[in-house]
Design a protein around this ligand. Structure first.
Ligand code: HSE
Length: 439
């Protein structure tokens, strides 16, 4: 059988790891694919640096010199996209710009298979990319895009094909999980934990994507497409990150036998799909509460097989390279049989406002007679059932106490808080802090 020729665009963490894993295993991978795999070429802005960092022969990089200009790089990418001599392109440049979309569509339009780690691009333009793949008889692999080396994409697509997903929840950003774990275990502030994450190299100098929940939301969007067939824009997920989590939140969570985690959660109920990303208080009886450090975990609850939990490394060069290589072997082995049908599902999507969760609400109040009564009455007036009222932490003239509710919506809670403010404008010192509880 004809050789299967691979090009890599972008040679950073994942692209470099992919080249390294491929080069170390070409013979074995070729046996598994049933045809000879060839790494035909790599395009990157800094070939000399990438060659040194990942131990890749310089001659595998296209272009002359140590550094290429953006124009030279673009011309080489065009050459790969237009080449008749490449079967599969690995896109590990990253970003969701029109330029990147153009590369993905160009690869598929020229009937080459595409393996991409680009969760931002897939979550923004998934429909167009999947449509183009099907139309051109090309396959797409994106195992690395969600939780790197956890094989959740293949499991959702292949193993759970005979089941029905009821819910997907998980810890899908290792940097945030590391920060929250450090805060909970070490009793340190968010700023201190973030500094530690940056020192170790987990968080970027600009860690916004990680700590503001965007990276996690991209991953949840991809899993929602696989689980429920729907496309949800990141902006519809009412994403909240972890910047505002305090040491007090952690202490209150401890009191309730919970860990605070940045949770991606989506479920289907009565024909509707619900989804959001935000910090939640996870009961320690839930295995997700026990996932600490930079580890990722995805829990899928199915109609027939019940609870399934996958735990593993959500980042890393060789981890990513192994997941990309697994897509390459799969596509090389099955060829056109790996091409999928794209059929987007129209579905009623709802975000957090309409989603029922048990909530914990923390009230920071003036310590005057009757506050607990005013607060619990307003909550009852919204038909919210209270589970427990936590004990007061008294200051000289202040009291902080928490109320855990039975399942209700955020919209109901907002109305209760509005009523408290209207009837007792004197008692709330700050805006009540509200967090879903995940059992
Ligand atoms: N920065 C991500 C994380 C890994 O911290 O989990 C890549 O998505």
């Amino acid at each position: 059988m004809k050789d299967f020729r691979i090009a890599i665009l972008g040679c950073g963490t994942i692209g470099g790891g992919t080249a390294r894993v491929l080069l170390d295993n070409l013979e074995g991978f070729s046996r598994k694919a049933g045809r000879r795999l060839v790494l035909a070429g790599i395009v990157t802005r800094s070939p000399a640096k990438s060659a040194r960092r990942y131990g890749i022969p310089r001659e595998l990089f296209l272009g002359e010199g140590d550094e290429l200009s953006p124009a030279q790089t673009a011309a080489l990418i065009d050459r790969i996209v237009g080449s008749d001599d490449i079967d599969l392109v690995v896109e590990t440049i990253g970003g969701d710009s029109d330029y990147l979309l153009g590369i993905a569509l160009g690869v598929l339009g020229s009937k080459k298979h595409l393996v991409t780690a680009n969760k931002a691009l897939l979550s923004k333009h998934g429909n167009r990319i999947f449509e183009a793949a099907e139309k051109n008889g090309a396959a797409i692999g994106f195992e690395t895009s969600v939780c790197t080396s956890i094989p959740i994409i293949r499991v959702m697509k292949e193993s759970f094909v005979s089941d029905e997903v009821i819910s997907v929840s998980g810890i899908m950003n290792g940097t945030s999980n590391y920060i929250l774990s450090r805060m909970q275990e070490g009793g340190i502030s968010f700023a201190e934990a973030l500094a530690q994450a940056q020192e170790i190299g987990y968080a970027e100098a600009d860690p916004g994507f990680d700590i503001d929940g965007i990276d996690a939301a991209h991953k949840l969007g991809i899993l929602m497409k696989l689980a429920f067939g729907i496309d949800v824009a990141t902006s519809d997920l009412q994403v909240m990150g972890i910047r505002d989590i305090t040491a007090e939140d952690m202490a209150l969570a401890d009191d309730m036998d919970c860990s605070v985690k940045l949770i991606c959660h989506a479920h289907r109920k009565d024909g509707r799909v619900y989804g959001t990303v935000r910090p939640m208080m996870v009961k320690r009886s839930n295995l997700l509460a026990q996932v600490s450090g930079a580890t990722n975990a995805v829990k899928v609850v199915n109609k027939y097989s019940g609870e399934n939990l996958l735990i593993g490394r959500g980042a890393g060069s060789l981890e990513g390279g192994s997941a990309v290589s697994s897509d390459i072997i799969f596509i090389a082995r099955y060829g056109s049989a790996a091409v999928e049908t794209h059929s987007p599902v129209l579905c009623d999507f709802r975000s957090l406002d309409d989603m029922e969760f048990p909530y914990n609400i923390v009230f920071d109040t003036e310590d005057v007679p009757g506050i607990t009564g005013s607060v619990t009455t307003a909550i009852g007036n919204q038909n919210i059932n209270i589970d427990t009222v936590g004990h007061n932490r008294h200051g000289k003239t202040t009291a902080v106490f928490s109320i855990a509710t039975m399942p209700c919506t955020l919209a109901q809670l907002r109305l209760a808080v509005q009523e408290i403010k209207a009837k007792r404008p004197d008692i709330l010192r700050t805006e009540p802090r509200v967090m879903p509880i995940l059992h």
